[in-house]
Design a protein around this ligand. Sequence first.
Ligand code: MN
Length: 139
Amino acid sequence: MKPRIVRAGDGETKQAPAEWFVGTVWQDQVFVPEDPSRLRVTRVTFTPGGRTNWHTHAVGQILYVLSGAGRYQIEGEAVQEILPGDTVVIPPDVRHWHGAAPDRMMCHLALSESGESGAVADWMEPVSDADYTAPPQKP
Ligand code: MN
């Protein structure tokens, strides 16, 4: 790990992989793990309707909402509305998804640590439209 400032223009915005996301979702890497750190920080911008597939994180995940209006659900619980300034704490091995509201953009920081396998997430099936469009609980 070298001391440095990574400048805003140095990165490349990439489209999130279609096998793990529904809709158009953009990812900017803020920090990619460098030994001895296991931390990965990604700024994720979901366009309206965009969301992750169902997934889990071996050592949990923190989301910090930067802008827009989003959705978040733990399997078996109600969909939650998430808004700028909210911090979402996701424990290890809990099935969940996150994304934009159907009619709004949403941008969050995703802070994840890789587990023993090196992966930060284990990816599963897409979130159904019925689950995605369920009325959310408001803060
Ligand atoms: Mn997650």
